[in-house]
Ligand binder design. Structure first.
Ligand SMILES: [Zn+2]
Length: 62
């Protein structure tokens, strides 16, 4: 099952509608790191550990 992180849940003040997706946790975290850089954030281990806690399973589509 694919994994997602909703950017606005990690950082509500960003008002960002982006949803980071990955086929597995490794790919997801790589994409999340790239997205953090788009926000001008340095993807430190501390930041990425925080981001990791927001991982959700992608809802099944009907
Ligand atoms: Zn974002």
């Amino acid at each position: 099952m694919s994994k997602i992180i909703e950017c606005h849940k990690v950082n509500p003040s960003s008002d960002c509608a982006h949803v980071v997706r990955g086929r597995d946790e490794e790919e997801l975290m790589q994409n999340a790191e790239a997205h953090a850089r788009e926000h001008g954030l340095e993807p430190t281990p501390e930041l990425m550990a925080q981001v990791r806690s927001y991982i959700e399973d992608e809802p099944e589509r009907a």
